[in-house]
Ligand binder design. Structure first.
Ligand SMILES: [Zn+2]
Length: 164
């Protein structure tokens, strides 16, 4: 037999499939009670787990998904002042047999005054503009939040930061 296995589904599938299953089976706690299904072999986005435990648990599945795979860890801010942490994470990804992985962190940008960083409030802390471009990774792609579908916004809101 000649086949491949793909770990990461199309961006809209995690929301579309749960809606279809709800129509047929209703709301099942722990199964169809969210607006999205968890992608591939990923630890659910809201599950509290350390960076290293997440990598150790997901890494062994990469070799089985020869058509494509990715794993992520979530950081609370860009790790620009801690390159040693990034190096430690990447080395653990390699030791855990990951083929493709990413370190996610928020990048916010005020389109009025151009400050960049993590802007936790609705308006810019410097110029008070509400025009904040919020870039996040979703299913393998970097995008601005307003382009996410409803299921992906729900997933984004459920994400937890993975502690070091
Ligand atoms: Zn501003």
């Amino acid at each position: 037999m000649n086949y491949t296995l793909l770990a990461t589904p199309a961006e809209s599938v995690s929301g579309r499939f749960v809606r279809a299953d709800r129509k047929e089976f209703g709301i099942i706690p722990g199964v169809t009670d969210k607006q999205y299904y968890t992608n591939s072999f990923h630890i659910p986005v809201g599950y509290p787990i350390s960076v290293f435990d997440k990598i150790s648990l997901e890494g062994p599945y990469h070799k089985y998904c020869n058509a494509g795979h990715i794993s992520y860890v979530e950081m609370s801010s860009p790790p620009v002042k801690n390159p040693e942490a990034v190096e430690t994470i990447i080395k653990h990804m390699k030791a855990s047999d990951m083929g493709y992985a990413a370190i996610n962190f928020p990048v916010d940008y005020c389109t009025s005054c151009s400050i960049t960083g993590v802007i936790d409030q609705d308006n810019c802390p410097r110029c008070e503009s509400p025009e904040i471009r919020r870039v996040r990774r979703i299913t393998g792609y970097l995008s601005t939040v307003e382009r996410f579908n409803d299921a992906k916004v729900a997933e984004l809101n459920d994400r937890t930061i993975h502690k070091f």
